[in-house]
Design a protein around this ligand. Structure first.
Ligand code: DAH
Length: 346
């Protein structure tokens, strides 16, 4: 009898509701077999009565174990059957799955990340900073004269502009991050600063009041214009392809001396001349130069010991040239027909 009880307990443990075709009926069948009036337990209790007294204690315990096991199993299965009935009532499990469109990165984020990766490969780290800036970091420390037009109300969104108080504005360029980094770090400094910038411009296919820039700054002993040029050539080739050529044109920025603008050979016509490069074969892509000694000194860096180069580029323009996007407004409208074209460029 003892081994038979053990066998039943094993059987109960191993039983799986999945093995019944009709689960509700299966549970009932199982219950009747073990706990029914003429079931296994009733039969065993009958046999128990006629056992010699010295075996009763041990057998009683075993029988109760069997009864508890059967009851627990039935309870568990009943709950399961009830829950699946509920699920079947409220959900149609035969419906096809809904494969919703997955989101993807915005083309501007992809472009910024790509620029950051290109610079990371030659040791530049990423610095981020505030979007609301004071006059010092935005203009004064960058050697802008007091009457420079960039400080004008027409260009700059001022947050605070009152007699006797510091001007506070939405940053008009990421060059302000150069100042923040040089004030807090000792050379060698090798950073890029990607981020949003704001200018008071009418929105058109070619201009927007919010756009993105990536700034790069390298300050160390004996940094020369040749270092700048080599970095620019490396960047242009990585970004636009090995065949890309660059040219530098003299320019002016208050914070660099000498200053230049860099063009790349038109990646659409290969330099022959087309309507994108307006027939010139060249596309203007960024501003750069050697950090003006006044800027180094304003940030507490000895300009006799250190020199540096800086450059700044517009991310919207980079993406426009790389992916032939004709209208700047497309970036900000979030039209899915536009966004989905870039699903696969990550
Ligand atoms: N800050 C300039 C702008 O917004 C871009 C720029 C030009 C950044 C020359 C630089 C630089 O670092 O050296 O137009």
């Amino acid at each position: 009898m003892k081994s038979q009880i053990a066998q039943y307990i094993e059987e109960i443990k191993a039983a799986r509701i999945e093995d019944f075709k009709d689960r509700a009926a299966g549970v009932e069948q199982f219950r009747v077999r073990f706990l029914g009036r003429k079931g296994i337990l009733a039969d065993l209790f009958e046999q128990f009565k006629s056992l010699p007294n010295d075996q009763k204690k041990e057998m009683g315990v075993a029988l109760n174990q069997l009864k508890t096991a059967a009851q627990a199993k039935i309870e568990e299965w009943k709950n399961f059957v009830e829950q699946s009935a509920e699920l079947n009532d409220t959900h149609d499990l035969t419906m096809p799955a809904d494969f919703s469109q997955r989101g993807s990165r915005h083309v501007l984020s992809v472009t910024m990340n790509e620029i950051a990766e290109i610079f990371a490969r030659i040791g530049f780290t990423v610095e981020e900073s505030v979007e609301i800036e004071d006059d010092w970091h935005l203009f004064s420390a960058l050697n802008f004269p007091p009457d420079h037009p960039a400080r004008d109300m027409q260009d700059t969104f001022f947050v605070q502009k009152e007699e006797g108080k510091t001007d506070i504005a939405l940053r008009t360029h990421t060059s302000s991050v150069q100042v923040r980094v040089m004030e807090t770090h000792k050379p060698p400094i090798r950073i890029i600063a990607p981020g949003r910038v704001f200018r008071n411009e009418a929105i058109s296919a070619r201009a927007h009041c919010i756009f993105h820039q990536v700034e790069a700054l390298y300050v160390d002993k004996k940094v020369t214009f040749a270092d700048l040029k080599q970095t620019l050539l490396y960047f242009a080739k990585e970004m636009f392809g090995e065949q890309t050529q660059i040219r530098l044109r003299p320019s002016y920025f208050p914070f660099t001396e000498p200053s230049a603008e860099m063009d790349i050979s038109c990646n659409i016509c290969g330099g022959k001349g087309c309507n994108i490069c307006k027939g010139t074969g060249w596309l203007e892509i960024l501003g750069c130069g050697m950090v003006d000694p006044n800027v180094l000194e304003a940030c507490g860096i000895d300009s006799k010991e250190y020199s540096g180069f800086a450059l700044g580029m517009g991310v919207e323009r980079m993406a426009m040239l790389k992916y032939q996007i004709r209208d700047l407004r497309l970036y900000f409208e979030n039209d899915l027909r536009f966004l989905h074209q870039f699903d696969n460029i990550i």
